[in-house]
Design a protein around this ligand. Structure first.
Ligand code: SF4
Length: 61
């Protein structure tokens, strides 16, 4: 039980760190404006087009 709790907290920390890093490296206010999936056929997330957190965000290159 203790290991599962620790693993869950580690996963939450990793997610928060990843979201922070993405926000630091996004030049626009909303992630979608700089995301390569920002079109109807690639993204059906409800956050689009104004996502400020998104695990699928990938910067356009
Ligand atoms: S994947 Fe996320 S960041 Fe990218 S367009 Fe969809 S909602 Fe926006």
């Amino acid at each position: 039980m203790k290991d599962a709790n620790l693993s869950n907290r580690w996963q939450q920390w990793k997610t928060r760190l990843q979201e922070w890093w993405l926000r630091q490296n996004c030049p626009t206010e909303f992630l979608c404006d700089n995301c390569k999936y920002d079109h109807d056929s690639a993204c059906n997330r409800p956050e689009r087009p104004n996502a400020i957190k998104c695990p699928d965000y990938r910067p356009r290159t």
